[in-house]
Design a protein around this ligand. Structure first.
Ligand code: PMV
Length: 323
C-alpha cells in the first residue's frame, strides 16, 4: 500500500492567565485553567508521512534530525493516528526560535495532531483534536483555536473554546527576544518541582479561578486596563512560584527585567501595554495598535534585546495542502 501524507499549520499561543502545574502527570491534565492569545504571524508547519516502508518514526526539525523530541512525537502520533498506525516521517518547519519560551511546543503539537489525525483518515472535531494535542503539551490544546482562547481544567477532560475571534479585538503582541538559546529546564520538569517544593504553589492553584473570571469579563467588555492588571499579576505569581521552588527555577535574564521596566515606563506615559513572560527570558508586550510603534521602538532600545517580532492574533490549527 502507498504512503499517506498530510500537512498542517499551527500558530503558537501566549497565555495571559497561565498554565503552571499538573493535576495528573500521566494524562498531562493541567492543575489550573488558562487563557491565551493565539498569535498570527509565527507558525509551525508539520508534514506527516505514514508509510508501510518505514521501520521507525523519524523527525526532522528545520532540516535537521531531532531525536531528542522523537519519543514525545511518537506518543502523540499514537494518540492521533492510533497505536496500530504505520511508522511516520515527520518534517517540521518553524519560523521562530524553538524551546526558548516562545511556545514552540504548542504550535508543534497542535500541527502534528491535526496532520497525523488527517493522515490516518480519522475525522475529529476541534475539541477532540485539542485534547489529543493537550496530552502532549498542555498549552498545545489552546493552539487548536484562534483569537482569545480559554482552557477549562475543572473536569476530568479539558474544555477549550474561543472567547473572541482574531478580528474581534485587534490586540498586538510585540515579542522581545533576549536570548535565542534553549531553556535551562523544561516546563514539565519545572512544574513538577514547583508542585513539590514551592510554598506558594497551593495558593497559586486556589486563586486561578478568580483570575480567569476577571480576565474573561475583561475580554467580554474589551477592557484593556483590567486585562492588563490581571495578566501581569498572574504572570508574576507564576514566576514567584518558580522562583520559590527548590532549586529555584529562574528563566529571566538582565534584559528580561529591563524590558519589564521599559513596559512600566510606557504605561506611566499613558500607553496601553502590558507584559507577560513564560518559561523563558523573552518578554511579550501586549498592546493596542496605536501603541505598537512606540512599544516596538522602546523594547528595541533595551540593552540585551536580540530581536523583535510583532504580530496580531491568528487562527487555530488547520490542514494545509501537502507539498
Ligand atoms: O505546554 P507546556 O508544557 O509547554 O507548558 C506551558 C507553560 C507556560 O508557557 C509557562 C504557560 C502557558 O500557559 O503557556
Amino acid at each position: 500500500m502507498a504512503e499517506i501524507r498530510a500537512a498542517a499549520e499551527a500558530q503558537p499561543n501566549i497565555a495571559l492567565i497561565k498554565y503552571w502545574g499538573k493535576r495528573d502527570v500521566a494524562r498531562n491534565l493541567p492543575a489550573v485553567g488558562s487563557l491565551s492569545l493565539t498569535l498570527g504571524s509565527l507558525w509551525t508547519r508539520m508534514q506527516v508521512c505514514l508509510s508501510p516502508e518505514l521501520d521507525g518514526d523519524t523527525l526532522v526539525v528545520n532540516g535537521e534530525p531531532d531525536d531528542g523530541m522523537l519519543p514525545r512525537v511518537s506518543r502523540c502520533l499514537d494518540r492521533a493516528a492510533g497505536p496500530d498506525r504505520w511508522f511516520a516521517a515527520v518534517d517540521s518547519e518553524c519560523n521562530f526560535p524553538i524551546a526558548a519560551g516562545l511556545a514552540s511546543s504548542a504550535s508543534a503539537f497542535a500541527a502534528l495532531t491535526v496532520a497525523a489525525s488527517a493522515a490516518s483518515g480519522r475525522s475529529r472535531d476541534t475539541l477532540a483534536l485539542a485534547r489529543i494535542a493537550g496530552a502532549a503539551s498542555g498549552s498545545a490544546a489552546r493552539s487548536l483555536y484562534g483569537g482569545i482562547v480559554e482552557l477549562d481544567a475543572r473536569d476530568d477532560e479539558i474544555e477549550v473554546s474561543s472567547l473572541a475571534e482574531p478580528g474581534d479585538w485587534p490586540l498586538r503582541v510585540v515579542v522581545a527576544v533576549t536570548s535565542h538559546g534553549p531553556k535551562p529546564v523544561s516546563s514539565g520538569a519545572a512544574m513538577t518541582l514547583s508542585a513539590e517544593t514551592s510554598p506558594f504553589y497551593s495558593s497559586w492553584v486556589e486563586r486561578q479561578a478568580c483570575d480567569l473570571d476577571v480576565a474573561r469579563s475583561a475580554v467580554a467588555a474589551r477592557d484593556f486596563a483590567r486585562l492588563a492588571a490581571v495578566s501581569e499579576h498572574n504572570c508574576l505569581k507564576m514566576h514567584s512560584v518558580m522562583w520559590t521552588s527548590r532549586p529555584p527555577v529562574v528563566y529571566w535574564n538582565k534584559a528580561t527585567i529591563a524590558c519589564m521596566q521599559a513596559v512600566r515606563d510606557l504605561q506611566a506615559s499613558g500607553h496601553a501595554v502590558f507584559f507577560t513572560i513564560d518559561a523563558g527570558p523573552q518578554v511579550k508586550a501586549v498592546c493596542l495598535p496605536e501603541s505598537e510603534q512606540v512599544v516596538t521602538a522602546a523594547l528595541r532600545d533595551v540593552a540585551g534585546v536580540e530581536s523583535i517580532m510583532s504580530t496580531g492574533l491568528g487562527a487555530g490549527a488547520r490542514l494545509l495542502d501537502p507539498a
